[in-house]
Design a binder for this molecule. Structure first.
Ligand code: 5GP
Length: 196
């Protein structure tokens, strides 16, 4: 049994299907899913402490000042961050941890935790992403336009990640992510690190 858990980071542009794919992954794999903090307003049906911790900008900044986030980023006018303490506690206890975050934050994780395994979920094409984001109907036209602009920049960063999974179908993407997780758990370096 490994002593330390593995930190998995799944990122990708908004609308690519991170939520859908990871909901399935979590049904099939025992992993601690990190709950982020955000300054964004809750959407209909979103609950405090389940989907996000909803903070004011002042509360968020306070936590940044206390070094309370493993990473944090501004996205589409709102702040998002991963509370560090629950993640570290789980990893130390030997549990694997999964983060679902946007691309800037995922790049920061690489600096903070170089051992993290970072997976970029990509759409089959930019046009497909545009179709998915527009069809979601949860955002105003202006917000969708901003998310698409960001997505264009983010897609260029895909080669910086450890793995790229193309979300052609949910089943395929889920199976790819699970395969990566399985393979990573067998890496020789991890056994060597744990033996120290
Ligand atoms: P949404 O507003 O649609 O829930 O999320 C917007 C984006 O923020 C998504 O790409 C989501 O993955 C990302 N996100 C959620 N939590 C975090 C976090 O803790 N840190 C970062 N950097 N991004 C996050």
């Amino acid at each position: 049994m490994r002593k330390r858990g593995i930190l998995f980071v799944v990122t990708g542009p908004s609308g690519v299907g991170k939520g859908t794919v990871l909901t399935e992954v979590r049904k099939q794999k025992d992993v601690y899913f990190s709950i982020s903090a955000t300054t964004r307003q809750p959407r209909a049906g979103e609950q405090e402490g389940i989907h996000y911790f909803f903070l004011t900008r002042q509360q968020f900044e306070q936590k940044v000042a206390e070094n309370g986030f493993l990473e944090h980023a501004e996205f589409s006018g709102n702040c998002y961050g991963t509370p560090a303490e629950p993640v570290d506690t789980r990893l130390e206890a030997g549990e694997d941890v999964l983060l679902e975050i946007e691309v800037q934050g995922a790049m920061q994780v690489h600096q903070a935790r170089p051992e993290a395994v970072r997976i970029f979920l990509a759409p089959p094409s930019y046009e497909e992403l545009e179709k998915r984001l527009t069809g979601r109907g949860t955002e105003t036209e202006e917000a969708v336009r901003r998310r698409l602009e960001t997505a264009k920049r983010e897609l260029k960063l895909a080669p910086e990640f450890d793995y790229i999974v193309v979300n052609r179908t949910v089943e395929q993407a889920v199976s790819d992510v699970l395969a990566i997780m399985q393979a990573e758990s067998c890496r020789a370096e991890r056994a060597l690190l744990d033996a120290r």
